[in-house]
Design a protein around this ligand. Structure first.
Ligand SMILES: Cc1cc2nc3c(=O)[nH]c(=O)nc-3n(C[C@H](O)[C@H](O)[C@H](O)COP(=O)(O)OP(=O)(O)OC[C@H]3O[C@@H](n4cnc5c(N)ncnc54)[C@H](O)[C@@H]3O)c2cc1C
Length: 386
C-alpha cells in the first residue's frame, strides 16, 4: 500500500504533461500506463505551432531535428479536385509517436514522477481513492487524473461509458514506405475523403503516414474509403492498416468530478475539424495538475474539479467553435460551395494554416466564412451537426 498526492493513469502526452507540472508544483506523483515505452499510438504525428508552444513551456522540449521533420508546404484536394497549394506557410512539425511519447515520458520521470509503466490497473475504487495494479499493489491518491485515452477506464467508471458512439470519430492509417522526403515535400489534405472527415498524407523521413478519419457513424465503410484513397495516391496499398477511435468534437462539458479529472482524449479534447489532439492533451494535462496542486495545497482535494472545469473553458470553447464551423466544410450538399470558396481564396487557405499553426483562433475564421456564405446555405446548415 502506498499513498501519493496524485495518481495519473495514462502516460501519453496528457499524462506526461500532468506529471511534469505536478512535480514542479511539489506533488508526489505515480504515473501508470499499461504499456511499456517506447510504445506506438496510432496518430499522424502532426505537431502544430500551438502544440509546439505548449511543449516548450511545459517540458522545455524544443522542435529538434532528431524528433521532428518540419514542413512549410501544403496542398489541398477535395475528391480529387485540386484546391490549390500554399508554400512557405508557418512551420508544422511531423513526428513519430513512439519516439515522441517516450521523450515526454522521459521528461516526466526525470522530474521525479514514480514510474508505474508496464502495469495494468486491476481495480479502480473512486470512493476509496484507491487504484490497485495487476501485481496487487494498492496506490491511494488525493487526486486522480485520467489521461487514459479515448477508451478511458476512468471516464467509464465516472459515466458508465467513455464516449458517445453516435458522436465519436474513427480513423485508419498506414505507414507507407517512401523515398526520403525533403523539406519541400508538401503535406497533403483531402477534404471529404471520408464522410464528415478528411484524408492526410504526412511525408516524414522514413515513411509517409497516410490516413483518413471522420465521424464513425456515417462511415461504416471506412476501410473501403481508405483503399480508394491509397489507390488514388498510389501508395501504401500493401501496408498494414490500423484503426483507432478519436473524440471528434465530443469535449465533455464535465471532464471529471470532485477529485477525479479527465485530460486529453479522455476528456474529448480533440479539434472536430482538424483532428488535432496532442496540443489540447498536453495543455489539459498541465491544467489538471495545476488544479490538483491548488486543491491539495488548500487541503480540499474535492475542489480540484471545480477549479479544473473553469481552467479548461477555453479548450471547450475552441472545440465548440470548430463544431459550429464544421458543417460548412463537411456537409455534403455544401461541398461545392466550400470547394469553390477554398480554391479561389488564397486568404481563406492562409487563414486555415494560421489556425493550424496557432496564430489564429476559430472565431476569426468562423466570422470570415460566415460573411461569405449565402443566406440559403446558412439555413441549410442549421441543425446539421451530428
Ligand atoms: C489516426 C489518428 C491520427 C491522429 N493524428 C493526429 C495528428 O496528426 N496530430 C494531433 O495533434 N493529433 C492527432 N490525433 C489525436 C491524438 O493522437 C490524440 O489526441 C492524443 O494522442 C491524445 O493524447 P492522450 O495523452 O490524451 O491519450 P493517448 O495518447 O491515447 O495516451 C493514453 C495512454 O493511456 C494508456 N492507457 C489506456 N488505458 C489504460 C489502462 N487501463 N491502464 C493503464 N494505461 C492505460 C495508454 O496505453 C496510453 O499510453 C490522431 C488520432 C488518430 C486516431
Amino acid at each position: 500500500m502506498k499513498q501519493v498526492d496524485l495518481v495519473i493513469l495514462g502516460a501519453g502526452p496528457a499524462g506526461s504533461a500532468a506529471a511534469v507540472t505536478a512535480r514542479r508544483a511539489g506533488l508526489t506523483v505515480a504515473l501508470i500506463d499499461k504499456a511499456r515505452f517506447p510504445r506506438d499510438k496510432l496518430c499522424g504525428g502532426l505537431v502544430t505551432g500551438r502544440c509546439a508552444a505548449h511543449l516548450a513551456r511545459i517540458f522545455g522540449q524544443e522542435i529538434t531535428e532528431d524528433l521532428f521533420d518540419t514542413r512549410r508546404n501544403f496542398e489541398f484536394f477535395l475528391q480529387g479536385q485540386d484546391l490549390g497549394r500554399l508554400d512557405d506557410v508557418p512551420p508544422l512539425h511531423l513526428t513519430m509517436r513512439h519516439a515522441f511519447d517516450a521523450r515526454l515520458l522521459g521528461h516526466a520521470l526525470a522530474a521525479g514522477a514514480e514510474d508505474f509503466t508496464g502495469h495494468r490497473v486491476a481495480t479502480l475504487d473512486l470512493a476509496q481513492n484507491r487504484v490497485t495494479l495487476d501485481r496487487g499493489e494498492a496506490l491511494f491518491f488525493k487526486v486522480l487524473i485520467g489521461a487514459d485515452g479515448v477508451q478511458s477506464p476512468v471516464a467509464k467508471e465516472l459515466f458508465g461509458r467513455a464516449f458517445d458512439p453516435d458522436r465519436v470519430g474513427f480513423a485508419l492509417e498506414v505507414e507507407a514506405p517512401t523515398q526520403a522526403a525533403s523539406e519541400q515535400t508538401p503535406i497533403r489534405i483531402d477534404f471529404a475523403a471520408a464522410r464528415w472527415g478528411y484524408g492526410w498524407s504526412f511525408p516524414k523521413r522514413g515513411s509517409t503516414t497516410v490516413g483518413l478519419g471522420g465521424l464513425h457513424a456515417p462511415n461504416p465503410d471506412m476501410k473501403a474509403h481508405l483503399a480508394a484513397y491509397l489507390d488514388q495516391l498510389n501508395t501504401g496499398q500493401d501496408a498494414k492498416v490500423k484503426g483507432h477511435f478519436l473524440p471528434f468534437g465530443e469535449a465533455k462539458s464535465h471532464p471529471g468530478r470532485a477529485n477525479i479529472l479527465l485530460a486529453g482524449d479522455a476528456a474529448g479534447f480533440v479539434d472536430p475539424i482538424t483532428g488535432e489532439g496532442i496540443g489540447h492533451a498536453i495543455h489539459s494535462g498541465e491544467l489538471a495538475a495545476l488544479s490538483a496542486a491548488r486543491a491539495i495545497q488548500k487541503n480540499m482535494p474535492d475542489q480540484a474539479f471545480k477549479d479544473y472545469r473553469h481552467a479548461t473553458r477555453p479548450i471547450r470553447h475552441a472545440v465548440r467553435h470548430a463544431r459550429l464551423l464544421r458543417p460548412l466544410i463537411f456537409t455534403p450538399r455544401l461541398q461545392p460551395f466550400f470547394a469553390r470558396t477554398f480554391r479561389t481564396s488564397r486568404s481563406l487557405k492562409r487563414e486555415y494554416m494560421h489556425l493550424l499553426s496557432g496564430e489564429a483562433e476559430y472565431p476569426e475564421l468562423l466570422f470570415r466564412v460566415l460573411a461569405r456564405l449565402p443566406a440559403a446555405s446558412l439555413r441549410n446548415i442549421r441543425g446539421k451537426n451530428p
